[in-house]
Structure formats: structure tokens, C-alpha cells
Design a protein around this ligand. Sequence first.
Ligand code: URA
Length: 434
Amino acid sequence: MNMVDIILKKREGGKLSEDEIVFFIEGYTDGSIPDYQAAALLMTIYFKGMDKEETYQLTKAMKNSGDVIDLSSIKGIKVDKHSTGGVGDKTTLVVGPLAAACGVPVAKMSGRGLGFTGGTVDKMESIPGFKTSIEAKAFIELVNRVGLSVIGQTAHIAPADKKIYALRDVTATVDNLSLITSSIMSKKLASGSDAIVLDVKCGNGAFMENIEDATRLGQLMVDIGTSDGKKTIAVITDMSQPLGKAVGNSNEVIEAIETLKGNGPEDITELSMTLAGIMIFAGEKASSMEEGHSMAKEVMDNGKALEKLRLFIEGQGGDSKVMDDYSLFPQYKEKIDVLATADGFVWSIGARSIGLASQHSGAGRATKEDQIDLSAGIYISKKVGDKVTKGDVLVSVYGMDRDKIEKGAKEAEKAFTITQEKPERTKLIIKILE
Ligand code: URA
């Protein structure tokens, strides 16, 4: 077998066999296939596409390129939740405790943020003392004892994806259904959970800008997860404005804590309840998603989920006093408020611009090597549909470095469109695919 024949076959619209896909993945991972041939194949896949079977074989080969975690020593049906990438998406910190408080073990590996979307691992690290790289034994012990642990994804999970993702990033081949699906699902399938709940974002702050494309992506991921023997459910959700009001790191953790206390923004609360309800159903602790939803509401109302969060933070070495005293989080020094220049209604808030503004403020990374400022971020005071009067604060940008927040504030200002007409309310939960 050789790469030229494989590239040629795909270039002519052929269907790649399992052996050909494994040959490519193994060779590219071990360095025997050079970047230029891998890039050529990715581009042919981009234009000619892959069918479901090829996508599954690609996902499986990528999953098997590294460690496949065995979580069988954790009792119960382990449920993972994954978002395709959102701005202000702190739902993992809310749904993890909700599901765990209902008896569903959550053993989660999360990534760091890059570009305009944040990562759960960075957010958790804004809690003083919190460790996201703990030994496998301690991770499993914590899930068995508390029901929840979140750790950083190791380099040994789907190493093929690490190389291929970096190559896609510089060859304009990121936004392809089969390539996104294989990238996300190879990591999820290698992470060892029994069931997977996917939050597929749709809108200007997401890979998929319209419902049709998001549905195709969600359905393909569900099919691939199911082919691999995992119960997989996808929820298509709106990402045409940032989720919640806080975007950054420590501020997002605070918003997640407030949500578990019952004081969260409406959208974060609704999405978290929906996702947790599905996780509780997938973990077979409820006989329907609706029953799961009611169970999630109960543990939010009676404080049991908040208590789970406390045990989880302490279990990973964090100072749980932050939950009652937010001044223990890293504190910013500089803040700029962006004001409304006219009366009217907020028509739209570009999620991408807010994500970029957060990145510029110091809360995100432009390159993997960048150090992030855990105090930095964005607070959105007016959301879509809110009435504004000239001079009202629309959004605040804060952090340690004045130059960075000035750059962030310029970007955040661009995110807002104010009109005389009040926009219609859009649905947050668009559809559920099983
Ligand atoms: N997230 C991933 O991990 N991979 C993609 O291709 C897109 C989003």
C-alpha cells in the first residue's frame, strides 16, 4: 500500500477501505507519512467527502492510535458530555455536579481553550489549588467516591488527532463533517465512558452556522458513537450569542456556582438542565429525558448538586471556600465598560467577537504556548432582546493588562447591534437526535 495510491483513489471519488485508512493513520502518527501527503489526503477528503462507513473507520483508527482508557473499575454507567465549542460555555461545571448528584458517574477528560473558545481545564485551574493532572488511580477513586472528576486530556489519547488537527488548522480543512466527527469522536471513544451526550453548537459562534449543517454533524456523531457500541445522544443548541453573561475563566466558574445556587442566567440554567436530564437518562437513572430533567431540578433546588461541586473541588485539591467567597479567585486590576451609543434593543451579540474580545483581554490563548490571565474576561450586562438606553453598560472587559483589555474592548464593541425593533426570541434547544 502507498499513500500516492490512496490519495489518488480519494481524488477520483473512491471509497477508502479500512486497511487504507489504518495505513494512513498509523503512518502519519509514527512519522513515516510526511505532512505533505497527509495534507493532500485531507484536502481530497474535504472536497470528495467520506461516507458513514469511512468516517467510522477513520474515527476507530484515530481512537486506536493511542491509549483507550478502561473505566470498568468505576461502578455504574459512566456518561460523558461534550460540546463542539462555544463561547461562555461553562455547562460542564454545572451538569457534572447535577448528574453526579443523581447517581450518574462522570469521569471526564477536558481540553484547554485555544482561539476564541475556552476550555474547561483552564476554567477549573482558576480555583486556587485545583489540579487537573491527577494520577489515573486518584481520578478513578474520586469518581467512585464523589461521582465526578474532570482532568486534562493526556497526550496519549488519540495522538493521531493531535497531529491531524494541527495540520487541518493550517491547510483550511477544519470545517468538514467527517474530519470534525472523527476528531471529536476518536477522543470521546478513547476516554472510556459508556454513554456520550453531545452539545452541537449552531450559529455564528460555532463551526456549524445553520441548523441543517449542525443536524448533519450531530447525526453523524450519533451514528459513529452508536457504531462503536456507545449510547450517543446529540442536542443541537443555539450559539448565535454567547452563553450566559460571563466569558473567561474565573468569572465563568463563578457563574457556574451561581447557577447551581439557583441564580444563574436563564440560558445557562435551561441548557444545563436539559443536558443533565439527558445524561441522567443515558446513565439509566431516569426512564426518560423528562424525568431526568425533573431529577436535575430537584438536586439543584435542594443543594445536593452544589454539595457535589464542593466535594469535587476539594477532591482535586482546590479551595472550596471560593464557592462562598469569590474574592479568593484571581482578581483583575483593570476594567473598561463599553457603553450603548443609542437607545433601542440588543438585536444581536456576535459570539465570535465576544470570544475574540475575551482572548484579547488575556483570558484565552492565540497560540498553545500563551499564558492566560485567569482574572481576565468579559461580562455581558445586556443580552439579545434587552432594552438599552444610551449610556448603559453593554459589556465590561477586564484583566491585569490595560493594553490587552483596550484591544478586547474594541472587539467587544463590534459584537453588539442595537436596533429600534425588538428581536424575536430564538429557541436555545433546537433539537435532540438519538
Ligand atoms: N473539536 C475538535 O476536537 N475537533 C474538531 O475538529 C472540531 C472541534
